[in-house]
Write a protein that binds this ligand. Sequence first.
Ligand SMILES: [Zn+2]
Ligand SMILES: [Zn+2]
Length: 331
Amino acid sequence: MPSARYARWDGVGRPFQFVETDRPDPVAGETLVEIDLATICGSDLHTVAGHRPGPAPSVLGHEQIGRTVAGDRVVWSVVVSCFGCTRCARGLPQKCLNLRKFGHEPLTAGWTLSGGFATHALLPPGTTIVPVPDTLPDVVAAPAACATATVAAMLDAADPVNGRRVLVTGAGLLGVTAAAMCAAAGAEVTVSDPDPARQALARRFGAEHVVGPDNRPRAVDVALELSGAPAAVAACLDALDVGGRAILAGSVSPAPPVPVDPEQIVRRLLTVHGVHNYRPEHLVQAVAFLAAHHERFPFAQLVGDTFALSQLDRAFEQAGRTPRVAVDPRR
Ligand SMILES: [Zn+2]
Ligand SMILES: [Zn+2]
């Protein structure tokens, strides 16, 4: 019987274990995918470092590209939704009452090939699977399933940004993706980040203005928060013009609360909108955006070194020095 291999994460401070398993025969509604390339998301780094809880043992990794047994090049959603519950029915499948998340499930749940750091993945029914054009390189397409689709969900929540003044706080992979997506849509984009190297990167992704935390702009129409820093969340609320919308997505681990002045929310007609996970159409939009714009903005350069699956511990040590590092399970 053909085999598959996955990297088992046993908890904080433990090295990855590499496990051979039988390659499953997909049953009705399931899709078996051979993974070509995975990237290490910031949330995987936080899980492995113990900054956020993650089930162990588990198979981590949720940004990847692969090929189905039929040969189609695809990316797929982090969330697996039932599309039958009340949450799904009200248009929130990303918060399905029966939600499962690729790369986030305990191995004890019986779904073995459930993460990106593996040779194969078994995608249950309810996974959104999106074809990837041949012109899109693996390193550009792999982050679509987390980073790019999340940014697409933020822009959806922001309403059209065409002609608007947009502030993006945090110039990691999501921040520069947000800058590029807003610039491509015709917005005037300011990116705020304390790090000069990340400021320079933001400029290459369409930011018209780059600033440090001390001179953020006033009176923007839309603020996209991706740093997770409480001071940046507060600054996003402060920066909004009348009718402005703050879209928060960076705050995904515990942090001190942020003071909110309700009079300002009322008088300035502000909207604060949280984005976590995304709907199927956002992954479709993410792939379409990357396909159309990956040559205008240097997305391929966001991914540093590529490691073999067996070098996953080293890949995690190197991650963070570049916006992403990659793992090639075929090596
Ligand atoms: Zn992620
Ligand atoms: Zn549901």
